[in-house]
Design a protein around this ligand. Structure first.
Ligand SMILES: Cc1ncc(COP(=O)(O)O)c(C=O)c1O
Length: 415
């Protein structure tokens, strides 16, 4: 065992064993000086690329004038400006913001808010979803058994509804089937009067980069409205410009009551945000939730700087153009290589499915070893590759990745 890793926990699952010295844009440099094209992006986090100078400067400037200006003790001078900024760019009606440090903390916060605001105990989640690894978040996660196994007992009061199957031939019928499953939960397991919230990823992330099909979220939102159930959009992975709109929910005709943000919102500084309707605020008892580091000044500075970049003219156009370039390139490969069975995309949330998990892992290994391209899989079956480059990735970098994939598929086809 190398001395540099011998004191580290083995609970971390590893995508690569690279020892990294630095990152810049879409690239990382190892301690040996090798350069790798990083299409994992900190697991969909480095929205503006590694160490964007504007974000670096904002963090450094803030550190010099205060690292931890605790949010219960003071109201530091970025808390409200960031909230005002978020109110401008989040879906209509979302105007009140709470800050924490990670995705799991923010999905937990969403459920705590929903329980107090509605006075109801239960939550509905969807098959294949991922909401984090703390106990409540883990209990709401159904994307893979490894996250839950051996951790029981998990919190109760969570009911799992179907998510439409991305491979269904008749998607309209599949949406109806999934909505009927949801209705069935409400009549057989958790009555509306006991159901505080629905929490859903508009695009399943860890579950395989599967965008909710047209009509599904709208059908759920209508049911939530009818029964006074809060609609929580978990945009931890799909938000902050990743899908080519600021929030994935904007691709649908739905106004969420609550929205969970993290990952790309602060370019990699640990920061998360809960956005919700102001009328819920009066029903969330002051002092009943919080956290030592929530609203951290450096996190706020990183988020402000990230939003400067995400809202620049043309920034989201690049997300859509590069997403289309990558997805079209993958579809060309699909026409050539029958092992590539499906391509899915919403902006730069792009996935490719292969016939077997063996093909997927062989392709990842080939791209890594021969082309210094870092990729990661998604989904329980291990057959999906997901692509999470920075949102300012260049056309040349997408071409490099496609070229590596072509060579990998060719090598696999030739055995
Ligand atoms: C949709 C979604 N929600 C919540 C989380 C948990 O975020 P974190 O790992 O920051 O706790 C993730 C992480 O992948 C996620 O994709």
């Amino acid at each position: 065992m190398s001395p540099s890793t011998s004191n580290l926990s083995s609970v971390w699952f590893k995508v690569t064993n690279l020892e990294v010295a630095s990152g810049d844009g879409s690239w990382i440099t190892t301690t040996d000086g090798d350069r790798y094209l990083d299409f994992v992006g900190g697991i969909a986090v480095t929205s503006t690329g590694h160490s964007h100078p504007h974000v670096v400067k904002a963090i450094a400037d803030q550190a010099a004038r205060g690292i931890h200006l605790q949010a219960n003790v003071f109201t530091h001078d970025l808390l409200q400006p960031l909230a005002a900024r978020l109110a401008d760019i989040t879906p209509e009606g979302i105007d009140t913001f709470f800050y924490a440090n990670s995705g799991a903390e923010i999905t937990e916060a969403a459920i705590k808010l929903a329980k107090q605001a509605t006075g109801r105990p239960h939550t509905i989640v969807f098959q294949g979803s991922f909401h984090g690894r703390t106990h409540q978040a883990m209990a709401m996660t159904t994307s893979k058994t490894v996250y839950r196994a051996g951790h029981a007992p998990l919190p109760s009061g969570i009911f799992v509804a179907p998510f439409p199957d991305a491979k269904a031939d008749d998607m309209k019928a599949e949406v109806e089937r999934a909505l009927a499953g949801f209705d069935n939960l409400l009549t057989t397991m958790t009555a509306p009067s006991e159901t505080a919230a629905v929490i859903i990823e508009p695009v399943l992330g860890e579950g395989g980069y599967i965008p909710a099909p047209a009509g599904f979220l709208e059908g759920l939102a209508a049911r939530c409205k009818e029964h006074g159930i809060l609609f929580i959009a978990d945009e931890v992975q799909s938000g902050a410009g990743r899908t080519g709109k600021m929030w994935a929910i904007e691709h649908y005709d739905v106004q969420p009551d609550v929205i969970c943000m993290a990952k790309g919102i602060a370019s990699g500084f640990p920061f998360s945000v809960l956005g919700y309707r102001n009328e819920l605020d009066a029903r969330w008892t002051t002092g009943s939730h919080g956290g030592t580091y929530g609203g951290n000044a450096m996190g706020c500075a990183a988020a402000m700087a990230t939003l400067d970049i995400l809202t620049e003219d043309g920034f989201l156009d690049n997300v859509n153009e590069r997403g289309a370039q990558l997805a079209n390139g993958l579809r060309e490969l699909q026409a050539e290589f029958p092992t590539l069975t499906q391509v899915r995309e919403l902006g730069l949330m792009v996935a490719a499915d292969f016939d077997t998990a063996t093909t997927t892992s062989a392709l990842m290994a080939h791209c890594f070893e021969h082309h210094k391209l870092i990729l990661m899989s998604a989904g329980a079956a291990g057959t999906s590759l997901r692509f999470m480059p920075p949102l300012n990735v260049s056309a040349d970098e997408i071409d490099l990745a496609l070229d590596a994939l072509r060579k990998g598929l060719d090598a696999i086809a030739r055995g």
